[in-house]
Write a protein that binds this ligand. Structure first.
Ligand code: ZN
Ligand code: FE
Length: 239
């Protein structure tokens, strides 16, 4: 699997993934059409499938133009049907999506919003989590109670440590500062804040991350229970 990550709008990421065996190309989320077209042209790739993580506008706005131009098939969460009535396939927990010879399992990961799904490519050890989790952070809770997002995050955190996690935004600098505020005595958090500051100063993306790094430094995964998680999520909103 070849993956190309690039910025859309101001801080969104979109990812193209290509099955090298068949040349099949999929896009995960479509914040805008233009940057996707530029990336596809640069690589000489077509676009076969668009995988949607959730219905927020900054993840779907590019879809109509991309479908018109490439004839890509749209795979969307079942609970996003009202927002994306023209999708070709609606998916939910346990469904399998094939991108050429690659297989993704659909995980329902609600909490940021009700319809949110993640796409887990187990044999590639890659998961696309949209706005459920970010590098050193997690999405805002638009779909309470916090138990839902907590459960989604704990499920993701239980993946093998080497699993690569692709999320939908570059929010890491603010997230890392918050993690350092919550765990001032955690040396791994302190070290990672420094490396994130350096990466962002150099314009280097901090996505993907790995499950192992997140377990060590993401204070939302590290909360001991739902109450602590919810308190941290609340505090982050005001940080
Ligand atoms: Zn969102
Ligand atoms: Fe978003």
């Amino acid at each position: 699997m070849e993956i190309a990550l690039f910025t859309c709008l101001s801080d969104n990421y979109a990812a193209l993934l290509r099955d090298e065996a068949t040349g099949t190309v999929a896009l995960v989320d479509a914040p805008a059409a233009e940057p996707v077209i530029v990336e596809l042209e640069r690589r000489g790739w077509g676009l076969d499938v668009i995988l949607v993580t959730h219905q927020h506008h900054d993840h779907i706005e590019g879809i109509p133009s991309l479908v018109a131009r490439y004839g890509a098939k749209v795979v969307a969460p079942r609970l996003a049907e009202q927002a994306l009535p023209d999708a070709d396939r609606f998916v939910g927990e346990g469904d399998i999506v094939e991108i050429g010879a690659l297989r993704a399992e659909v995980w329902e990961t609600p909490g940021h919003c009700t319809d949110h799904v993640s796409y887990h490519f187990a044999s590639e050890k890659v998961i696309f989590v949209g706005d459920t989790m970010f590098t050193m952070g997690c999405g805002r809770i638009f779909s309470p109670p916090p138990e839902k997002l907590h459960a989604s995050l704990q499920r993701i955190a239980a993946l093998p440590g080497e699993t690569q996690v692709y999320s939908g935004h570059e929010y890491t600098l603010a997230n890392a500062r918050f993690c350092a505020h919550v765990e001032p005595d955690n040396p791994q958090v302190a070290a990672r804040l420094k490396s994130v500051e350096a990466a962002r100063a150099a314009g280097i993306p901090t996505v993907p991350t790995t499950i192992a790094e997140e377990r060590a430094t993401n204070v939302f995964l590290r909360a001991t229970d739902v109450a602590e998680f919810a308190a941290r999520r609340e505090a982050k909103n005001r940080f």
